[in-house]
Design a protein around this ligand. Structure first.
Ligand code: SF4
Length: 185
């Protein structure tokens, strides 16, 4: 077909118009990508990192965490999270996370991997030795106190409320009075 200049412009304009309207000459199959959290179980939780206590939604599938995000229905954060809370997913998934106990001997610079059995035995031994050496049944006024000033605790950032409750009970039963959780620091 021979097309002159005016005809060419008409054809081009028509093609652009068809294109703008989304009508292609060929056919394109429309489809939607499934959401990554499709069919996942939603559980609400609380960010463990600081005392603000922002609400989280944790998505799990087959018992595995696949996503975490701010809870839009939580009255404190209404879906928002600070950078630290946004990274809470990495509590579960992070190849750089240290998963074995590390020990640095007194007077040395190097950390070395140790077994859980060794670490737990060592901690238990030192707690008992220190508690035995510092336990005080009565204070200077003769009042019953049953406490030790020789041990303090700074709790883990990743403990939830229930774990903190149990941890607190355990520490109080030893007689500790200096107890702090990372969320208040
Ligand atoms: S660390 Fe950030 S997200 Fe977590 S509770 Fe505090 S302010 Fe909220």
């Amino acid at each position: 077909m021979k097309v002159n200049r005016r005809g060419f412009l008409k054809l081009s304009g028509g093609a652009v118009g068809v294109s703008v309207l989304g009508i292609g000459v060929g056919t394109v199959e429309a489809h939607a990508e499934p959401l990554a959290i499709q069919y996942a179980k939603e559980t609400t939780s609380i960010c463990p990192y600081c005392a603000v206590g922002c609400g989280l939604i944790v998505h799990t599938r087959a018992g595995e965490v696949i996503n975490t995000e701010g809870d839009p229905e939580h009255p404190i954060n209404r879906g928002t999270l600070c950078p630290k809370g946004s990274s809470v997913y990495q509590l579960r998934h992070n190849e750089k996370r240290i998963t074995e106990p590390m020990y640095r001997a007194q007077g040395t610079k190097e950390w070395k991997k140790v077994s859980w059995d060794w670490a737990l035995d060592e901690i238990a031994r030192k707690v008992k030795e220190t508690r035995d050496a510092t336990f005080m049944e009565n204070n200077a006024k003769g009042q019953r106190v049953n406490r030790t000033d020789g041990i303090a605790s700074v709790g883990s950032a990743a403990l939830d409320n229930e774990e903190c409750y149990l941890y607190q009970k355990f520490l109080r039963s030893l007689g500790l009075v200096y107890i702090e959780h990372q969320a208040r620091i």
